[in-house]
Design a binder for this molecule. Structure first.
Ligand SMILES: Cc1cc2nc3c(=O)[nH]c(=O)nc-3n(C[C@H](O)[C@H](O)[C@H](O)COP(=O)(O)O)c2cc1C
Length: 164
């Protein structure tokens, strides 16, 4: 295998009910499309946790429910990542929330704390409700941080070539 031709494989997996987190996930997807990566895009319903190992980097998107809670449909993924505990897996978490609630984007905070312990967490992004124009720059920074970390984490000999 010619390792110098390998691209990073990146997945976006997200949950959304009313569309805000979906829109944020799509913004990130569009930015990632401009990068030289193999990209996959899933709703949480489409994603199988057994595929977690197929990716160099995973960006997880979640809205927040209840009182700063992780939505029910995201809990399986949360517990799977918690139990695999792989520091060589680069992750990032993003989400939308409503700052009227006392725990703004509490689900993002909970994922962040768990991913920091059990994976190689590269970036966190919280957006107020529907993403706005000014959030695009934050999205670009989020993607850059994710790819930089993944490129230095998974296969250093391959990815130094990618960065050149
Ligand atoms: C019942 C309910 C509880 C919520 N609780 C929180 C919360 O604790 N913290 C927060 O930041 N947002 C909370 N939200 C706001 C949603 O997370 C926010 O509207 C989000 O953008 C929805 O994402 P979606 O459009 O992708 O479904 C709550 C919304 C509802 C309807």
């Amino acid at each position: 295998m010619d390792l110098t031709n390998s691209k990073l494989s990146v997945a976006i997996v997200y949950a959304s009910v009313s569309g805000n987190t979906k829109e944020l996930a799509e913004d990130l997807y569009q930015i990632l499309l401009t990068k030289s990566v193999e990209l996959s895009f899933y709703t949480i319903e489409e994603f199988s946790v057994s595929d977690l190992f197929h990716y160099d980097a995973i960006a997880i998107g979640t809205y927040t429910w209840g009182n700063g809670d992780i939505p029910r449909e995201m809990r399986n993924l949360y517990h799977a990542l918690e139990s695999i505990s792989r520091k060589d897996m680069t992750t990032a978490v993003f989400g939308t929330g409503d700052s009227c609630y006392p725990r703004f984007c509490g689900a993002v905070d909970q994922f962040r704390d768990m991913l920091y312990v059990h994976t190689n967490l590269a970036a966190t992004l919280k957006v107020e409700l529907r993403p706005q124009k000014h959030d695009l720059q934050r999205c670009r920074k989020f993607v850059d941080a994710l790819l930089l970390r993944a490129s230095t984490c998974s296969y250093p000999q391959v990815n130094s070539a990618i960065r050149q």
